[in-house]
Write a protein that binds this ligand. Structure first.
Ligand SMILES: *Cc1c(COP(=O)(O)O)cnc(C)c1O
Length: 404
């Protein structure tokens, strides 16, 4: 067994017990493969959690990072930097947005979005208009504001009192949304595909209605694209796939391809409410994160990359369906692009994690999204042969769980 000094047992000894990491410790990655301390190899269909969208150690990302690391690490936001300006320019050119705020994570990007929505409404309509409407089962981060807006009570339990003026509606329920959005609503926030909540896509009609209701009540429409963004659905951002444009969009995860960075995108008119001194971050927009993120965007917007996401989606889903035809483990497969959820059959209710653990044993990194969904979020450029090999291994994992 493991005779490494830095081992899994040490985690329990010295780290806060808020995570339950698997038993192996990866030390190296290349493309869609990673290796653990004992040189066992795994095919990565998790991508961190939908983060390493260009795989591990992509040579162009390594170059972007090391070149910037040799030039300038940090000067704070007292001064602008070239990488931040260049990345902001690119995000503005590629999306609806006219203005960008940089953060270090998805939670921080959402924190900025919610604060901006409050501040904008306060400035234009007065303090009464402060209510935020969000969806049940949604996930927006782990800060106190974002767990409060998030639709999973277990993430706020014991952390109360939480900020006031937040309400939750069932996802994809148009009538509930009509009843919830009023003139007191400053923002409605939604994930185009609920990620942590189980890889559940919003319906076209739901997002269209959300846009209409927000316009009617002068509320801002916020899309949390922290998980769906940066090519994950086969479109640069999922809002482009739906053809519904938000007022504020948050992005992180894949944006840095594994280097921490997040961003909030919005219009000039709305951005104006975050005047000098109203919000900030020491590290936000740090040169290394921005240099890497710009390269990530360059690669993902190259010919063929987004189209390739669709091809890979079909390949992965067709494998899953074939596996299921033999083992009847899943009730359905859903999602878009390379954000795919396999919902476990009733027989395996609450046991998605067993499939994930068995997959790890067979040499595949997968994820769960709640108790009943096995989630796949591989690199957008994963070689098709790696998908095939991963699915051969995953079938062995499924067979093991099914046999008991
Ligand atoms: C992961 C995630 C977040 C939180 O991002 P962090 O970088 O962990 O703070 C927020 N929203 C969505 C939709 C996410 O998937």
């Amino acid at each position: 067994m493991s005779d490494h000094i830095l081992n899994r047992a040490l985690f329990d000894e010295v780290m806060v017990p808020n995570y339950a990491p698997g038993k192996v410790i990866p030390v190296r990655g290349q493309g869609s493969r990673v290796w653990d301390q004992d040189n066992n190899e795994y095919i990565d269909l998790a991508g961190g959690i939908a983060v390493t969208a260009l795989g591990h150690a992509h040579p162009e990302l390594v170059d972007a990072l090391t070149e910037q690391a040799k030039k300038l690490w940090h000067v704070s936001n007292v001064l602008a930097t070239e990488p931040a300006l260049s990345l902001a320019r690119k995000l503005v050119d590629l999306t609806f947005a006219e203005k960008v705020f940089f953060a270090n994570s998805g939670g921080e990007a959402n924190e900025a979005a919610f604060k901006l929505a409050r501040r904008y409404a306060w400035e234009h309509f007065g303090p009464e208009k402060h209510e935020i409407v969000s969806c049940l089962s949604s996930f927006h981060g782990r800060t106190l504001f974002t767990v409060s807006v998030g639709g999973q009570p277990k993430y706020r339990e014991g952390f109360e009192p939480v900020p006031a003026g937040i309400s939750h509606v069932p996802f994809n329920d148009i009538e509930a949304l009509e009843a919830a959005i009023t003139d007191k609503t400053c923002a409605f926030v939604v994930e185009p595909i609920q990620g942590e909540g189980g890889i559940t896509p919003a319906s076209q009609a739901y997002l269209e209605k959300a846009r209409e209701l927000c316009d009617k009540h002068n509320a801002l429409l916020i899309f949390d694209e922290v998980q769906t963004g940066v090519g994950r659905t086969g479109h640069l951002y999922a809002y482009m796939k739906y053809g519904v444009t938000p007022d504020i969009l948050t992005t992180a995860k894949a944006l840095g391809g594994g280097f921490p960075i997040g961003a909030m995108l919005t219009t000039t008119h709305i951005a104006a409410s975050l005047k000098v001194g109203t919000h900030g971050s020491t590290y936000g927009g740090n040169p290394m994160g921005c240099a890497v993120a710009e390269k990530v965007l360059d690669i993902i917007t190259r010919d063929g990359v987004l189209e390739g996401v669709e091809t890979r989606h079909e390949r992965l889903v067709s494998h899953l369906k074939q596996i299921n035809a033999r083992h009847a483990a899943f009730r359905l497969v859903r999602g878009a692009g390379l954000l795919i959820g396999a919902v476990v059959d009733e027989k395996y209710e609450g046991r998605a994690k067993d499939f994930m653990t068995a997959a790890l044993d067979e040499g595949v990194l997968a994820l769960v999204a709640g108790p009943n969904v096995v989630r796949f979020a591989p690199s957008l450029i994963i070689p098709e042969a790696d998908i095939d090999e991963a699915m051969t291994r995953f079938e062995r994992a499924v067979a093991r769980v099914v046999k008991g």
